[in-house]
Design a protein around this ligand. Sequence first.
Ligand code: THU
Length: 139
Amino acid sequence: METSKRTEIIELAIRARERAYVPYSNFSVGAAVLTAEGEIFTGCNIENLSYPAGLCAERTAIFSAVAAGHRKFQGIAVSGGMKGEAAKDFCMPCGMCLQVMSEFCEPSFPVLIVKNEQEVQEYQLRDLLPHMFDSLDKG
Ligand code: THU
């Protein structure tokens, strides 16, 4: 991933938190995914009164990209914290979001966990989901 694109997805993940719809948890998450072609898609968490109907920020971003025709990705940035506040911790992606990443991304896929522009932890997908479900043939 180019340094300038890395910086861009970090900043966009932080900014995407502002669009989170989180009346139930009050916890806002933003994500920005960089496609193989160099395009960036952002996502936020979107909650629902029927709680399981809500969607995480990472899947919102990835599904938006897939719906626009992208299936190959260079990296994702994620940032989360209490709504209206700067992130206080590194917000790790949940298991379902990691499983969705594993559908489209290689084990070496970079996952950037963003507290702020200066404090970023970088993982590979394989660090966070070493044993993903992959028994069905994807075709
Ligand atoms: N959330 C995300 O958006 N991404 C994750 O990986 C973990 C959790 C959201 C879901 C819910 O809206 C809120 O954070 C609290 O769980």
